[in-house]
Design a protein around this ligand. Structure first.
Ligand SMILES: C[S@@+](CC[C@H](N)C(=O)[O-])C[C@H]1O[C@@H](n2cnc3c(N)ncnc32)[C@H](O)[C@@H]1O
Length: 269
C-alpha cells in the first residue's frame, strides 16, 4: 500500500491482519469487467424522491461532486425514500467504506452523502486511486476521508476492530461466462485460440466467484450486528444472505426495467 506516513499511522490502528496467501491468487485471476463509468451516482436516486438531487444544484459539474455541506440541507426527511431514511440512520456514527470508490472526482457521491448523514469517517478503496487523506468540515465537525490504493479483498482481509461500519459497493462487475456475446467478440478481436481463450475465461470466472465469496466472508467477519452492506448498481453475483446478512430494503430500477433490483440493503444479524 503506497500511503503517506500520516495515513499509515491512522489506518494502522485497524489494518492489522495479514492477508491469507490464497487471496493473492484470487486477486490475480479474478477479472473485473466494465469501465471507469460512474455507477455510484445512482445512490442519490435510491435515497431521494427528488430526481437527481445533485443535478438540481446550481453549478453542479460531473467532475466535482457536490460538497457534503451543501447536500445536507437538501436531504431533509421529506425528500428521503424509505431506503434513504434507513441509509441516513445507518450511516450516522459509522465508518463508511466505499468499494471500489473509483476516481474521487468522478464518483464522489457516496462520500458526500456519507458525510452529509454523519459518518465518522469515509474510506474509499480502489486499485486505481491516488492514495490520499483529507478532511471534510461539516459544521463544527472534522471528518477524515481516506483514499486507499488497494485491492478490495486484500483491504478487507486486513481489517480488525474498525468499529461500526457501513460498506457500499457499486461498479464491481466480475467476468461471468454467461456473457457469451462479449466473449465471442473478444475472442475474435484477440485472435486467441479457442482452447486457450476458453481456459483463460473459465479460470477468470471461477476466480471471480471465489473472490466474491471471500469478500462476503471478510465482510461477515468485520461487520457487527446492525451494520449494513449496501450493493448498488453494476455489482452482481453477491449473495450476502449466505453469510448472515438479512435483506432489509430494495430499490428497483425505474421503468421500463422495474423488475430488476437497483440497490439492495443488507443488515448483519
Ligand atoms: C466502474 S468503476 C466504479 C467506481 C465507483 N464505485 C462508481 O460506481 O462510480 C470500477 C472501479 O473498480 C476498480 N477495481 C476493479 N477491480 C478492483 C479490485 N479488485 N480492487 C480494487 N478496485 C478494483 C477499478 O479501478 C475502477 O475504478
Amino acid at each position: 500500500m503506497r500511503e503517506s506516513r500520516q495515513t499509515q499511522r491512522i489506518l494502522g490502528e485497524f489494518l492489522t491482519r495479514r492477508t491469507p496467501a490464497t487471496y493473492t491468487l484470487l486477486r490475480e485471476k479474478a477479472e473485473v469487467v466494465g469501465s471507469s463509468q460512474n455507477f455510484s451516482k445512482y445512490l442519490i436516486d435510491a435515497i431521494s424522491k427528488q430526481k437527481r438531487l445533485f443535478l438540481e444544484w446550481d453549478g453542479y459539474n460531473f467532475q466535482e461532486p457536490r460538497p457534503a455541506e451543501a447536500i445536507r440541507h437538501d436531504v431533509s426527511d421529506d425528500v428521503l425514500t424509505p431506503f434513504g431514511q434507513k441509509f441516513r440512520d445507518l450511516v450516522k456514527g459509522r465508518t463508511f467504506i466505499d468499494l471500489p470508490c473509483g476516481d474521487p472526482k468522478a464518483s464522489g457521491e457516496p462520500r458526500a452523502l456519507a458525510e452529509a448523514f454523519g459518518a465518522t469517517r469515509y474510506i474509499g478503496v480502489d486499485k486505481a486511486v491516488q492514495p490520499q487523506i483529507q478532511t471534510a468540515r461539516i459544521g463544527e465537525e472534522q471528518i477524515p476521508e481516506f483514499y486507499i490504493n488497494e485491492d478490495i479483498l486484500t483491504f478487507l482481509s486486513q481489517i480488525e476492530g474498525v468499529g461500526k461500519t457501513v460498506v457500499y459497493m457499486s461498479g464491481l462487475e466480475f467476468f461471468q461466462l454467461s456473457e457469451v456475446g462479449r466473449l465471442e467478440l473478444e475472442a475474435v478481436l484477440q485472435k486467441e485460440s479457442t482452447h486457450r481463450f476458453a481456459k483463460r475465461r473459465l479460470e477468470a470466472d471461477t476466480a471471480g466467484a471465489q473472490y466474491r465469496e471471500a469478500c462476503l466472508a471478510e465482510m461477515a467477519r468485520i461487520l457487527q450486528p446492525g451494520d449494513a452492506l449496501i450493493i448498488g448498481r453494476a455489482t452482481h453475483g453477491f449473495n450476502p444472505e449466505k453469510y448472515g446478512f438479512r435483506l432489509d430494503e430494495v430499490v428497483k430500477f425505474p421503468p421500463p426495467s422495474e423488475d430488476t433490483v437497483d440497490h439492495a440493503m443488507y443488515i448483519k444479524e
